[in-house]
Design a protein around this ligand. Structure first.
Ligand code: F3S
Length: 397
């Protein structure tokens, strides 16, 4: 790779041990993918934060990078941690796990990483714009950044995202190059969608179509979407198709400058309903865990939960997962007190997938197709995928 004088200095260790290690990671990655240069990044989002995923080896790597003098050079935030750093006891997290999780966050903090832990960083101030080069790693957020915001990022691993943070660089390959952002298949959606669960179902259908080809989808036929629909769709498309970019006609910023690909797949309402049904292997009676906030909830969704729960009592363990910054807005609006009075629990800066809750429940109800996938694959729960409001109502049964 052709490196600048400053990048060579980083690689040779003149800017400290951690920066050297970071540049070594990026050069190795660049050489694997045939990048010719490094490019500057303006924003980083790092996955690999929950101790449940990192384990001892991951914690040791982070501690070494912190001890080696690593410092974030650009705006850097984190993916959800394995617990709510303040209310982990209420959520049933064990003290030995909490101690390890605190050490992970402490290592990031020593590297000047902003330890807000969310998969929707674009809702809490880490918001890149059209054409900005960034290095993000949470799959749903990568898909959102590339597709909805029009920023450019590959799906980074935790170490490569940290390396970008400590150097301010990423190798120029993949989605950083315009020629790699063109769609290959058009999907014509012949159904009206409104619920987040339906957009999750659509992500599953399209994701399964492109899973092996990795073709970038161009989606037509969607009449209207909300931010919440798009974040649900991104999470599902990334989970079931490994997709990091899509274009949606009339909605995403690059779509209208692109000609729809000739190869076309039609998606019917029946196919969508079948995708949703395929994630429903639990009965209502079996549900003992309810979770909303995959990806993390917006303030608008929290307001909706508060309206539905006002004056009611939940009968099941019910987690509201969101960024702490969003929860703090909910506190000020009075939503938190309504929700907590109903018996639901905020799980800030964490989620039902990265928290260590394997086997703790029988069946989970949610509006998220992504959460269903991991609840089954990682946590061995049965699942029920329902519209948002119905999930809240079920929690009260
Ligand atoms: Fe976010 Fe956890 Fe879902 S990281 S996208 S809430 S699995």
């Amino acid at each position: 790779m052709l490196l600048t004088a400053e990048e060579k200095e980083m690689l040779e260790g003149a800017q400290g041990r951690a920066t050297q290690k970071a540049m070594q990671i990026l050069v190795a990655l660049g050489e694997i993918y045939g990048a010719e240069h490094m490019i500057p990044v303006t924003s980083v989002q790092i996955a690999g934060v929950s101790y449940d995923n990192l384990g001892e080896a991951g914690l040791q790597f982070l501690s070494e990078m912190a001890e080696g003098g690593g410092k974030a050079r650009v705006h850097t935030t984190l993916n959800p941690a394995g617990m709510d750093i303040e209310s982990w006891r209420i959520l049933g997290i064990q003290p030995d796990f909490a101690e390890k999780q605190e050490r992970v966050l402490d290592a990031y903090s020593r590297m000047d990483v902003i330890t807000t832990c969310t998969c929707t960083p674009y809702l809490t101030g880490n918001l890149p714009l059209l054409g900005e080069h960034i290095a993000w790693s949470e799959s749903s957020a990568v898909c959102y950044a590339n597709s909805v915001l029009g920023a450019c990022t590959n799906r980074e691993g935790g170490p490569s995202a940290l390396a970008s943070s400590l150097t301010g660089r990423t190798p120029e390959y993949g989605f950083h190059l315009v020629e790699n952002r063109h769609p290959r298949v058009t999907f014509l959606v012949d159904a009206r969608l409104a619920e987040t669960s339906e957009f999750g179902g659509l992500g599953k259908v399209i994701g399964e179509h492109i899973q092996s080809s990795k073709a970038i989808p161009y989606i037509r036929g969607i009449q209207a979407v909300t931010l919440e629909n798009l974040k649900s769709f991104c999470a599902s498309l990334a989970t079931y198709g490994g997709a990091a970019l899509f274009h949606m006609e009339g909605i995403t910023p690059e779509a209208d400058s692109i000609k729809p690909p000739a190869e076309q797949v039609k998606i019917s309402k029946i196919e969508l309903e079948a995708a949703i049904q395929s994630l429903n292997d639990a009965t209502v009676a079996e549900v003992d865990f309810v979770s909303l906030g995959c990806p993390h909830l917006s303030i608008h969704e929290i307001e909706q939960i508060a309206q539905l729960l006002e004056g009611r009592q939940v009968k099941k363990e019910f987690w509201i997962t969101t960024a702490r910054a969003t929860m703090q807005i909910a506190d000020r609006c009075g939503y938190t007190s309504i929700i907590e009075a109903a018996g639901a629990k905020f799980a800030a800066d964490t989620c039902c997938v990265v928290a260590p809750i394997q086997g703790r429940f029988t069946a989970m109800a949610t509006d998220s197709a992504k959460a269903c996938y991991y609840a089954s694959a990682k946590n061995q729960f049965k699942t029920l995928l329902l519209p948002f409001d119905e999930v809240v109502r079920l929690a009260c049964l």
